[in-house]
Design a protein around this ligand. Structure first.
Ligand SMILES: [Zn+2]
Length: 333
C-alpha cells in the first residue's frame, strides 16, 4: 500500500491509505502500545510494551468480529510508530495512529509543547500526518520522521474547562486540520466541557463532523448527548466493560435513547483498554474481543436495529476517519 500527499476521501493507516468501507467494523479508541515514559511513571498500569501479548489480544479481537483499530496515543513519549506497524503487519489489522497532544500533565514542565507557537506546533503535526511520525517519541528537540504516517489528530481538554495553553494546542490542531483534512479526536475529561471545545473548532471553520468526542459516555447525560449530536460531531462511547464502576446497561440505554431520537449516525464505539489489567493476555479483562464479541451483539436485545448497529459499529467510524479536502487557510502570524 502507498501514501498520497493529500489522502482526501481515504483513511490513513500505518501501512498506507485505504478506502473507508474496506475497514469494516472499527474500535475507534484503543491503546496497543505504550512504552516507558513520564505517563507510565504516573500510571504504571498504562505500560503496554509486550508485543507478543498485544498481538495475542488483537488476534482475539479479530476472531470476535473486529476488523480495524484506532490507537489513540498522540505525539508523546511512549508512542511507537514502528511497534504499531509491526502489530498491524503481524495481525493484518488496519491500524490508524494519531498525532496531536495528550493532557498537559503527561508532558514534563520543560517540554517544548509548553513553549512553541501554534504555527510551530502545527508544522510538527503536519509532518507527522504527511511525512511520518516522530520515532523519538516527541523527546526532540527536532522530530525525526519515520515513514509511518499518523491518520488522525488528537487534543485533550480538562475537567470542565479548556486551559489557556490547551487553546494554543487546539489552534495548532486546527491549522493542521485545515492543511491536511485530517479527522480529529477530542479527549473530553470525564465527558465535560464538550460544548466549549466544539465552539473553539467551530469558530475556526472546522466542520464538526470531522470531530469525535472521546469519553462522552463518562458523563452519560442523555439530554447533553442529544444536544451534542445535534451539532453533527461524533460521540465516542469508549468506557464499556468497567463493571466495578457501572453496568454496561447505562450505555445500552444511552444508545437506545440516541437512536430513538434519530442520532444513530453520530455514535462510535471503543473500549480504551489503556491499562494492562484490561487485557487477558496481560492477565486481566475484559479484553479487546469484548466489544464485538459481547457488547455489540447484546444491542439487539435493547431493541437496536441491525441498520443502526451497522452505523455505530462500522459506517460512523469509517466516515469520521475519512480525510476531507484540505482548506489550506493561510497561517496567522
Ligand atoms: Zn485512551
Amino acid at each position: 500500500m502507498t501514501y498520497s500527499t493529500y489522502p482526501t476521501g481515504k483513511v490513513r493507516t500505518v501501512t498506507g491509505d485505504v478506502s473507508p468501507d474496506s475497514l469494516g467494523t472499527v474500535s475507534a479508541h484503543e491503546h496497543l502500545w505504550v512504552g516507558p515514559s513520564l505517563m507510565t511513571s504516573l500510571e504504571p498500569e498504562f505500560l503496554l510494551n509486550d508485543l507478543e501479548r498485544t498481538v495475542t489480544g488483537v488476534k482475539q479481537f479479530i476472531h470476535s468480529g473486529g476488523k480495524a483499530l484506532v490507537d489513540a496515543l498522540p505525539l508523546i513519549e511512549g508512542r511507537s510508530a514502528r511497534a504499531l506497524r509491526e502489530i498491524s503487519n503481524r495481525t493484518r489489522v488496519p491500524l490508524i495512529a494519531m498525532t496531536g497532544f495528550h493532557r498537559l500533565k503527561y508532558y514534563s514542565g520543560g517540554h517544548w509543547i509548553h513553549s512553541q507557537s501554534a504555527n510551530e506546533l502545527a508544522e510538527i503535526l503536519i509532518c507527522e500526518l504527511q511525512n511520518g511520525m516522530d520515532e523519538r517519541c516527541s523527546l526532540g528537540p527536532k522530530p525525526v520522521p519515520t515513514d509511518i504516517r499518523a491518520g488522525a489528530l488528537k487534543i485533550a481538554t480538562e475537567f470542565h474547562h479548556v486551559p489557556n495553553r490547551t487553546e494554543v494546542l487546539i489552534e495548532a490542531v486546527i491549522l493542521a486540520h485545515h492543511a491536511t483534512g485530517s479527522p480529529i479526536m477530542i479527549h473530553i475529561e470525564q465527558g465535560t466541557a464538550a460544548h466549549a471545545a466544539l465552539d473553539l473548532f467551530e469558530s475556526h471553520d472546522v466542520p464538526l463532523e470531522a470531530i469525535m468526542l472521546s469519553h462522552a459516555d463518562r458523563n452519560p447525560d442523555r439530554v447533553l448527548h442529544k444536544e451534542l449530536a445535534s451539532r453533527n460531531c461524533y460521540l465516542g462511547y469508549d468506557w464499556m466493560g468497567r463493571i466495578k464502576v457501572r453496568p454496561d446497561s447505562v450505555v445500552y440505554e444511552l444508545i437506545s435513547e440516541l437512536t430513538t431520537a434519530g442520532y444513530a449516525n453520530r455514535i462510535t464505539l471503543g473500549l480504551d483498554l489503556v491499562r494492562r489489567t484490561y487485557w487477558p493476555s496481560y492477565g486481566g479483562g475484559p479484553g479487546l474481543q469484548y466489544l464485538f464479541g459481547e457488547f455489540v451483539p447484546r444491542l439487539r436485545s435493547f431493541g437496536i436495529s441491525d441498520g443502526d448497529i451497522q452505523l455505530i459499529s462500522a459506517t460512523n467510524p469509517q466516515k469520521w476517519l475519512t480525510f476531507r479536502a484540505p482548506l489550506n487557510l493561510p497561517r496567522e502570524k
